[in-house]
Design a protein around this ligand. Structure first.
Ligand SMILES: NC(=O)c1ccc[n+]([C@@H]2O[C@H](COP(=O)([O-])OP(=O)(O)OC[C@H]3O[C@@H](n4cnc5c(N)ncnc54)[C@H](O)[C@@H]3O)[C@@H](O)[C@H]2O)c1
Length: 247
């Protein structure tokens, strides 16, 4: 159950954080993973996972660059003949209260978190359609539903991911392809590691399961939606937040 043996998965933003957790879990489930990132450290992440038995390779890809995306997809098709799973996980923050927000901060977040979904999904979808099978899963966020101070740009993209997913699901379901999203809650990351301990403690106090989420927790949420067994789940957003509002 929930195995990905013989399947080819692209995981964007896989160098660190949640993306790294997804890469680890997908490799453990038997997938061959193409780790995409703009960070050169993606190479080390791939080598570390490979050393523990994973089938994984790094491709230096900026998801906002159509040419880079198209050529990375072609390399995978040439080597493996198909792409079963696309995980649109790459994302950025440029937090600032709305009145002080610069155009560049708005544009960067919209470009990476939302416009890139157009690019990556359009590049991969024809291959999934030809194969009659596919799983497309994109990163939303609890803050796309709750809103957050200083995150008008970020929350707009993460709510946009949910709407994109619902609509795409209606178009691609008949080809054996599903589109879903994961909305992580409070997850241990570089960002949370740099927060004052009392802020982290206050955040955890809001989570009914009584702990912060891990990248591996997110990996398992993505794994479920990526599995063949989740074929009747389409157009939904899975709220992976330990029961914190809102769901
Ligand atoms: N960490 C959380 O608590 C949390 C909560 C809700 C949603 N999310 C979402 O989950 C996803 C992963 O979050 P994270 O905390 O692991 O973030 P992170 O910043 O640790 O990792 C994001 C990765 O995306 C890569 N990336 C950024 N721009 C890119 C581009 N143009 N092309 C390719 N790669 C690019 C970065 O280099 C980085 O490796 C994001 O979409 C984020 O918005 C995270």
């Amino acid at each position: 159950m929930f195995r990905l043996d013989g399947q080819i998965a692209i995981i964007t933003g896989g160098a660190q954080g949640i993306g790294e957790g997804i890469c680890e879990v997908f490799c453990q489930a038997g997938a061959t993973v193409a780790l995409w990132d703009i960070r050169p450290s993606g190479q080390e992440t791939a080598e570390r996972i490979k050393a523990s038995g994973g089938n994984i390779f790094f491709q230096s890809v900026d998801v906002t660059d159509r040419k880079a995306v198209d050529s990375a997809v072609q390399e995978i098709i040439d080597a493996h003949g198909k792409i079963d799973i696309l995980i649109n996980n790459a994302g950025v923050l440029r937090d600032r209260s709305f009145l002080k927000m610069e155009q560049e901060e708005w544009d960067t977040v919209i470009n990476v978190n939302l416009n890139a979904l157009f690019t990556t999904t359009q590049a991969v979808l024809p291959h999934m359609r030809e194969a009659g099978y596919g799983r497309i899963i994109s990163a939303s966020s609890v803050n796309g539903f709750a809103g957050a101070f200083g995150q008008t740009n970020y929350a707009a993209t993460k709510a946009g991911v949910a709407g994109f997913t619902r609509s795409l699901a209606r178009e691609v379901g008949r080809f054996g392809i599903t589109a879903n999203a994961v909305a992580p809650g409070f997850i241990a990351s570089e960002m949370t590691a740099s927060m004052p301990p009392e802020v982290v403690k206050a955040g955890i106090a809001m989570i009914p399961v009584g702990r912060i989420g891990s990248p591996e927790d997110m990996g398992y949420a993505y794994l479920y939606l990526a599995s063949k067994e989740a074929g009747f789940i389409n157009g939904t957003t899975l709220h992976a937040n330990g029961g914190a509002l809102p769901t």
